[in-house]
Design a protein around this ligand. Structure first.
Ligand code: NIG
Ligand code: FE
Length: 390
């Protein structure tokens, strides 16, 4: 692999923060990548050009780290466009549609699931996402969850076992037995292919006691915990996530004062998923308050067929700025470095020597355009591990 120098960068978001600028912005910058890693970052005037270096002239445009989408559910079959239409006509979202996707996923072959997952990965890459967390949760039998973790592990190291997504229909009257299945044979089959254990701790999904059992079993099997919490109403998800030392608690739509204060004191990231509120019509999480009170905030797409069927991180940034009063710098940081924190990764989410060479060249002079020009495809070129993806 030849080294590549991107020079003439009008605005470089390094995420190597200085006081008052978490994005560590540099102007007239250059970045050298070699062997899949960032080799050097400096001013364009100082860039030393070796004979074998391939040069890319950014012509004054902006470069940012590749997006880290730390929450997706794209291993599924079927479609729920009818549910979206009904919701737009007034039917509220209640997560009940998850069971429809479970039925459709079970009926989809490995081959078709693999093709669909590859399609989503391509779609994400084209929009600047270079790291993807991928959850199971639409299989909910030992065999189906096991094939979902295996298929997800073919495309990303960030695989999350979410057997505790909902209690499947066939266990509706035997939820205790289902929790035992998740903590026993299902976990045993999935843990070897997963890095994370997740649970949907919410009224209508799993109680705090059930969720604690699932996370405890996952940790004992060598997985790290993360939690879906406080999505549909106030509840115990955030408190449980902190108690279990979760890397992230995701949604955080309904928080009380104690939740916010506890998050600020914790090492748990609050991952906000504004595509959900856009698509369900619920109120957006109070990102401004979380950030002002010292909570680490990440942004992710939650791409799934029910509550947020978009994989666009630029769209998340536009929503965060327009609807959640985040500055563009905070939103871009949250969609890159924030996602890396939510995945406990220190090799992605920033542009600095030694980091993975995951970068996006924008067809725009600054990152502000990601929010200022919503819906416009501003991702011009993408590199993952130093290799051009587009
Ligand atoms: O993150 N909260 C639970 N799971 C998904 C929704 C899944 C669905 O509706 O299919 C979420 O929003
Ligand atoms: Fe989710």
């Amino acid at each position: 692999m030849t080294a590549t120098l991107i020079t003439g960068i009008g605005e470089l978001t390094t995420n190597v923060g200085a006081a008052g600028d978490p994005c560590g912005t540099r102007h007239d910058a250059a970045v050298l990548m070699d062997g899949g890693r960032i080799e050097w970052v400096g001013s364009a005037a100082d860039a030393a050009v070796g004979a074998s270096v391939q040069i890319v002239d950014a012509r004054g445009r902006a470069v940012i780290p590749g997006f880290v989408d730390s929450h997706t559910h794209v291993a599924f079959g079927g479609d729920r466009a009818d549910e979206f239409e009904a919701r737009m006509a007034g039917t509220p979202y209640a997560a009940g549609g998850i069971r429809r996707t479970v039925a459709a996923t079970r009926a989809t072959s490995d081959h078709e699931l693999r093709e669909r997952i590859a399609g989503f990965v391509r779609e994400m890459n084209e929009q600047g996402t270079t790291s993807i967390e991928m959850k199971t949760g639409y299989g909910l039998t030992v065999a189906d969850e096991a094939r979902l973790v295996r298929l997800a592990a073919e495309v990303t190291p960030e695989v999350t076992f979410l057997g505790a997504h909902v209690v499947p229909a066939e266990y509706a009257d035997r939820r205790e037995e289902y929790v035992e299945l998740v903590c026993g044979p299902m976990l045993a089959a999935c843990a070897p292919h997963s890095r994370w254990i997740d649970v949907f701790c919410e009224r209508g999904a799993f109680t705090v006691e059930e969720s604690r059992r699932v996370l405890t079993a996952g940790i004992a099997a060598g997985l790290m915990p993360r939690v879906h919490g406080n999505q549909l109403g106030h509840g115990d998800g955030v408190r449980l996530a902190i108690e279990m030392g979760a890397a992230s608690v995701d949604h955080c739509t309904y928080l009380d004062d104690t939740d916010v204060a506890a998050l600020a004191r914790s090492g748990t990231v609050a991952t906000l998923l504004p595509g959900v509120e856009f698509s369900t019509g619920q109120p957006y999480p109070d990102a401004r308050r979380l950030i002002d009170e010292g909570v680490t905030v990440a942004l992710a797409s939650d791409c799934n067929p029910g509550s947020s069927f978009t994989s666009s991180m630029p769209f998340m940034i536009a929503l965060a700025v327009r609807e959640m009063r985040m500055t563009t710098a905070e939103a871009v940081w949250a969609a890159t470095a924030g996602g890396a924190r939510a995945l406990r990764r220190d090799d992605i989410g920033a542009i600095a020597p030694g980091m993975r060479a995951d970068l996006v060249l924008l067809a725009a002079p600054s990152r502000v355009h990601l929010a200022y020009r919503p819906g416009v495809p501003l991702v011009e070129r993408v590199w993952k591990d130093g290799v051009p993806l587009s």
